[in-house]
Design a protein around this ligand. Structure first.
Ligand SMILES: *[C@@H]1O[C@H](CO)[C@@H](O)[C@H](O)[C@H]1NC(C)=O
Ligand SMILES: *[C@@H]1O[C@H](CO)[C@@H](O)[C@H](O)[C@H]1NC(C)=O
Ligand SMILES: *[C@@H]1O[C@H](CO)[C@@H](O)[C@H](O)[C@H]1NC(C)=O
Length: 428
């Protein structure tokens, strides 16, 4: 499919408009969310498929004992159980141009070490080809779990319960991989072996550069790029409440704020990848969720980041994850919300970013009956600007992480998947 698309694009003038890829991640674990947060494929996925060119099914994992690629949940996903893989790949019958990739890792695998010490490349490569073919996937996406860089030691002596327990969690340790070079070479070989094994079957191979992994350490771009169909760069989570509980900041800025050089797409990740790769193979990752921190009475009153906080914000009603809210959960808390709510006094103060360079945020200080919260999030407006950025820089497209956290029911303004759709409209 990918090849056909490219050939068409070479021969037809209209192809510029079709060249941009719209890569849509789907985290299959979202089927266990409650109420309207429950995302069940194929039903909830289908309304996105006239917009996506690629669906990335997340996530398969590595079996530590055999080094094989295996489903995260065998019972749910294989034909011998509930057949979720098949239900998703069967959608191609109704959307013939669609490509569906299976992604491995994505931080869904509890054990990071396997990604550095994969003992048998051969077992992994063979098992991947067999699994992909058996379930009619169009390729493999490597959301490889390289060690994350840790944030620098916190400045200041801001009083917070997090200071006490932070050491236990290891927040202030920065990562150092003594065998980085060996691990990089191992990955380069793996990419090559996979390419050789998948190519005869016409299967694609892509890379997802997860947030907070250092591309200059683990990716030998010059050597891996020719073997990859495209590279999804997750340009978000520059800061996150579980990594930096005592300071909130823009998590997915396009341009740098102040002197925070590495915390943006333009000055950080995208720059590094563009320096080493063909621009049209780089896909800009766009988040559909908000990152939340708890504000206290000591947080500065203006709300302007960076701002002192006291740990991850309260979990949302559907996602039930401290520090994270889906776009559908965020929009109901905003003052211009269309959603009828009984929570009027709890609405947040909204600060949009007319320049679109940093992103929107909203906040509320603690009151007697409610917790304080600071949330930075993507909305259709900022996502649309990112789409325009992709077009301006001639990047290869957008990658939405992920569909299950976009407003897939259209509760915010009646449109399903408003973030996906807004970003797609502007890359054309
Ligand atoms: C990004 O941050 C959110 C909120 O802190 C977290 O739940 C999520 O796992 C992170 N995603 C990735 C891919 O690191
Ligand atoms: C960009 O590429 C050049 C040439 O390969 C290299 O010397 C330079 O260090 C790279 N810069 C970054 C930021 O990666
Ligand atoms: C795209 O380029 C145009 C013309 O140079 C510029 O006016 C616009 O701000 C750019 N948009 C983005 C999102 O970079």
């Amino acid at each position: 499919m990918e090849l056909m698309r490219i050939l068409l694009c070479v021969s037809l003038a209209i192809c510029a408009a079709h060249a941009a890829r719209v890569v849509c991640y789907m985290d299959s674990r979202a089927r266990i969310r409650q109420g309207t947060g429950k995302f069940e494929a194929p039903t909830d996925l289908e309304p996105a498929l006239s917009t996506c060119t690629h669906v990335v099914y997340g996530f398969a994992v590595i079996d530590g004992a055999t080094n094989k690629l295996v489903p995260l949940d065998e019972y749910q996903e294989l034909d011998s159980g509930k057949g979720y893989y098949r239900a998703v790949t069967n959608l191609k019958k109704r959307y013939p141009g669609l490509n569906i990739l299976l992604s491995v890792g994505g931080n869904a695998d509890p054990d990071n070490d396997k990604y550095l010490t994969l003992d048998s490349r051969k077992a992994f490569v063979n098992s991947a080809r067999i699994l992909l073919r058996q379930y009619a996937f169009d390729g493999l996406d490597l959301a490889w779990q390289f060690p994350e860089i840790r944030p620098k030691k916190d400045r200041g002596t801001f009083g917070s319960i997090w200071h006490g327990i932070k050491k236990t969690f290891g927040y202030s340790h920065s990562h150092k991989d003594e065998k980085a070079e060996e691990h990089r070479d191992g990955f380069t070989k793996l990419v090559k072996d996979l390419k050789n094994s998948l190519k005869p079957d016409g299967l694609m191979l892509t890379l997802t550069a997860l947030p907070n992994t250092d591309p200059s350490i683990y990716y030998d771009l010059k050597d891996i790029e020719p073997n990859l169909d495209f590279i999804n760069v997750m340009a978000f989570n520059y800061t996150a409440p579980e990594r930096k509980p005592d300071e909130a900041d823009y998590p997915a800025a396009l341009y740098q704020a102040g002197g925070r050089r590495h915390k943006s797409a333009e000055s950080g990740k995208i720059y590094i990848f563009r320096n080493g790769t063909l621009s049209n193979k780089i896909i800009l990752g766009i988040p559909t969720f908000g990152e939340t921190w708890k504000l206290t009475e000591d947080s500065k009153i203006s709300g302007v980041p960076p701002i002192n906080t006291d740990g991850p914000g309260e979990a949302g009603p559907y996602t039930k994850t401290p520090g994270l809210l889906s776009y559908a959960e965020v929009c109901t808390l905003l003052p211009n919300s269309n959603v009828k709510t009984t929570a009027a006094p709890h609405l947040l103060r909204l600060v949009t970013d007319p320049s679109h360079k940093l992103g929107s945020y909203a906040f509320r200080f603690p009151q007697s009956d409610t917790e304080g919260v600071w949330v930075a999030y993507e909305d259709p407006d900022t996502a649309g600007y990112k789409g325009a950025y992709v077009k301006n820089k001639s990047l290869g497209g957008i990658a939405i992480w992920d569909l299950t956290l976009d407003d897939f029911r259209g509760v915010c303004n009646g449109e399903r998947f408003p973030i996906l759709k807004a970003a797609k409209r502007t890359i054309l």
